[in-house]
Design a binder for this molecule. Structure first.
Ligand SMILES: *[C@@H]1O[C@H](CO)[C@@H](O)[C@H](O)[C@H]1NC(C)=O
Ligand SMILES: *[C@@H]1O[C@H](CO)[C@@H](O)[C@H](O)[C@H]1NC(C)=O
Length: 207
């Protein structure tokens, strides 16, 4: 009886805690966010970048036609590499969901920087495409978050339908790596044989 009562009250407290935690984590819907940042990235439309090799320069700043003070809640800018629709088809693990807690569009963090304010102008960041970024078509999106860490605005390098200004990443593959190793072996071999040739020629010359 007693144990039953205790576990019931523990369960009650647990449910209470979980539900109060859930209520402080506001749900944010992408469709409710204003597009206030202008974001640009260095890849040209259709360019193919090599994972583990190439870099992307991302630049962002407040759209100057925003009313003064509209960015007063802005604290940080979080920039992401995001899947374009063509690379999401039939892949539920990359699906776009309006509820940002469930959205899988943007999976690769590029930068997490303080928001510097409209007067400071644009901010740039150079990102080296990580080896674990898979072959796919991408765009870049930046979310502005407030002091609670909730998204309050965004900007992206593509249009609203995510069809313009897309670029590709060629994933880092084992083949990639073994070709590099083979190339390194060949060049080491050629340096060695050249050295061997000089040494033997020198010996011949001295005789
Ligand atoms: C800046 O905002 C204005 C007004 O909302 C919009 O018409 C314009 O297209 C935006 N500029 C860019 C480059 O996104
Ligand atoms: C910031 O970037 C935008 C869009 O690329 C550009 O129009 C604007 O002149 C830049 N602002 C500064 C201060 O460089």
């Amino acid at each position: 009886m007693e144990i039953g009562k205790i576990s019931a009250s523990v369960a009650f407290i647990f449910v209470f805690l979980v539900s109060s935690m859930a209520s402080t984590m506001a749900e944010v819907y992408f469709s409710s966010l204003p597009w206030t940042l202008i974001v640009s990235a260095s890849p040209k439309p259709g360019q193919v970048l090599k994972a583990g090799v190439d870099k992307i320069t991302v630049t962002w700043g407040l759209n100057q036609s925003q009313p003064a003070g509209s960015d007063s809640a802005y604290k940080k800018v979080k920039v992401w590499l995001c899947y374009a629709p063509a690379s999401q088809a039939d892949r539920s693990w990359r699906k776009t969901v309006d509820d940002l807690k469930k959205d899988k569009t943007c999976q690769f963090a590029i930068a997490d920087q303080p928001y510097t304010g409209a007067a400071a102008g644009n901010t740039s960041f150079v990102y080296a495409v990580r080896r674990d970024v898979p072959s796919a078509t991408y765009f870049v999106r930046a979310y502005v978050v407030d002091s609670a860490g909730d998204e309050v605005a965004y900007g992206q390098t593509t249009d609203a339908k995510k069809t313009a200004n897309l670029f590709d990443v060629a994933g880092f593959s084992g083949l990639h790596a073994s070709i590099d190793i083979a190339a390194a072996c060949f060049s080491a071999f050629s340096v060695l044989s050249l050295a061997f040739f000089f040494v033997t020629e020198n010996r011949k010359a001295k005789k």
